[in-house]
Design a binder for this molecule. Sequence first.
Ligand code: CA
Length: 667
Amino acid sequence: MKLCAKTAVAAASFVYGTCAFAADIDTVYSTFDTYDGDDLELTVTPETTKFALWSPEAEAVKVYIYPTGRNSAAEDSLVMKRGSHGVWRAEVEKPLYGKFYTFSIKHRGKWLQETPGIWAKAVGVNGERGAVINFAETNPEGWDSDHGPAITNINDAVIYEMHHRDFSMHPSSGIVNKGKFLALTEHDAVSSLGDKTGIEHLKELGVTHVHILPSYDYNSVDETRLSENGYNWGYDPLNYNAPEGSYSTNPVDPLVRIREMKEMVKALHDAGIGVVMDVVYNHTAQNDDSNFSLTAPGYFYRHRPDGTYSDASGCGNETASERRQMRDFIVNSVKYWAKEYHIDGFRFDLMAIHDTETMNQVVAELKKINPDIFVYGEGWTAGDSPLPVERRALKENVSAMPQVAVFSDDLRDAVKGHYTDEKDRGFATGKPGLEETVKIGIVGATAHPQVDYSKGNNSKKPYALSPAQVINYVSCHDDLMLTDKLAKSLPDESVADRQRAHKLAETIVFTSQGTPFMFAGEEIFRDKKGVHNSYKSPDSINAIDWTLKHDNAELFNYYRELIKLRKSHPAFRMTTAEDVARNLVFDNVNESNLISYSLKNHANGDEWKEIKVVFNGGNESKTVKIAGGEWLVIARDGKLVADGFDRIKGGKITVEPRSALILAKEK
Ligand code: CA
């Protein structure tokens, strides 16, 4: 097993080689009889317990029944019988509630090690064994009527990416259930300096959706040793359809992690906040020992022509979404999370390892459950893949997935500097020549008559059909988060000056067409002590120090107003490329680190007739010419008030260094 260093590569522009598609292997697997029924793994009724395992090449299959989730001898074993479509079945004429189980298959004459299967919905500690539970007992009060916030388009969302431990572990958080799902159910938490933390902080900030880092059962944190405070981002999947045990208050009891995760979802929904889950179907933590391999050896992964695992994930293997049973697994798994846990959105890790057809099926099936569910992902891989480039769910291929959105590395790298070079600066930190790439971000990577894509740094042509296909961001769990990036790239500047650049960078994100995405804690200027790949760093690096909220109250208020501005003005949330091309008009400024544009014609039904947006990323004041008449001042010189704080007449207006000027013409 290779420990996943999960993407030091938050990469964008991976150079693709010409790894030959392992056609012979694929031909063999395409002949396998697949099964799309929803009764795989386990079905329990008051009268029976039925087991079912898809394993077309198995020569024999057994189920072992255990009294506990680990360290106990089997109290029974059942021989499974081969049925149709490669599915093996066994049945016991009583409900086995409270018991645990594993499968073992005989493959090429050898019994393989036990596995909970790939569809375990409840597991014991460390996910070693599946658990037979009564799901009705996992639902919190009011669950039947629980639902997430209504949303018309994905770009009405304001997404907040967080890790459970980052958010609540710090001693200053005031949260009782630190590092747990339940942290987000505590409404009275305040920091040691008296500021709201936890879910009340999220409400105060105004975000619409929380994007939680992997919360299915992952491999790296030992759930039997929680006092050791192991930390991991969780990009090392073990059991895809059960929650992670270390985020529960008792990982030994399989019911608890399920109930507590649902309680978290319900608390967020009651606060009007949706829940997006980070899903990592592109690889597994283990290779030959994974639940996939122990269920149907070879089938679920891609290989090189020599038979070794191909590795587009950079983590030792990559799954094969183009194969029927793997594709169905992904589609059915997200459907399960949407139905059972009321999840409102999915973020696909290294999405380009999957094929576009799989992603289209994912979103089509989710929309049938809840049309407000949205899907976005990383439109890149972390290495070459046997899957042909044209089939990959790449950023460049997003037009083949009209209901899927991708992260804009264009805006990210152009605004704050390239992710591969810590010291590199961007538009907002004074580097010239990135104006056109920032403009690609501002128009949501759609075709626009005033944007010259040939001057783009990352993309050379418009790739989005509509701005709703783009996620804008400058900070996330990967790479240096914004505070650290500013410290590395502006080493000689004061904290106050870095915060000016910080505000400017995020103002570009939140006013651009597309969906804004931010990283938890950046709104109070948290940092990660300069660690760019903190996937297994201790809490001392990753936990958010909530006393920073007191120290950086002014920055926090800026974020609140910025989010309020975006939410109150649909002009920032246009839904078609045609609207953007017609209503978003750039001014001819032709100066380094200066961009000026208008949102005209009451864009997208906005109450304001025109919004003027000017960004000065330079270190000196600049002058722009603003059309005559009276303007409401929304942002100027590092201050932003969504409803305006001043009025000025048009003419020559100064734009202070590293700041945004936003003006509104009301009618
Ligand atoms: Ca686990």
